[in-house]
Design a protein around this ligand. Structure first.
Ligand SMILES: [Zn+2]
Length: 163
């Protein structure tokens, strides 16, 4: 068995080599399994790293990246399905539900951005209870405080001078 002093925490003979390990990465309920990983792991501090002499780190990293992309696309497709079910255009969905830039919804649906958790939750609620869309429209009136304040320039003095 290959053993070294841990150069992370300094514990003697604590860093052990492992190989043939399988790990399952999960992101928001989706999973990817990566097999035949090897690396070093400290039995004292619990820290470790993949074997720098093979492709473990690359394969683990790629599986994670690919999984994040798959999750974004899956949630994006769900956002699109629910929006269409509610008969909303992307623009209407932004104005009513998400806020953000005018193309925010388009980016969520294409999987370029992961929709924020409150928005995903709101869309799933509307998917289950579509009649609540009317309530949402009523409640949205005045819910956004941005742009609430307005002011009027009082130019009485200017008017007096002019007359
Ligand atoms: Zn250690």
């Amino acid at each position: 068995m290959k053993v070294k002093n841990c150069y992370i925490c300094g514990a003697p003979d604590a860093l052990h080599y492992f190989e043939g390990r399988s790990e399952t990465i999960s992101v928001k309920g989706m999973e990817r399994r990566v097999d035949n990983l090897s690396g070093w792991e400290c039995h004292v501090c619990g820290d470790g790293f993949w074997d720098p002499n093979n492709d473990s780190a690359d394969r683990y990293g790629e599986a994670g990246d690919e999984l994040v992309l798959a999750v974004r696309k899956t949630i994006g497709a769900e956002m699109k399905r629910i929006r269409r079910k509610l008969h909303l255009t992307q623009k209407e969905a932004v104005e009513l539900l998400s806020g953000g830039g005018h193309n925010a919804f388009s980016r969520y649906e294409r999987g370029e951005l992961l929709a924020p958790k409150p928005l995903v939750l709101l869309m799933r609620l509307l998917d289950r209870h579509p009649h609540l869309l009317e309530d949402a429209k009523a409640l949205a009136e005045g819910a956004d405080m941005r742009g609430t304040f307005s002011y009027t320039v009082n130019n009485d003095t200017e008017t007096l001078k002019a007359s």
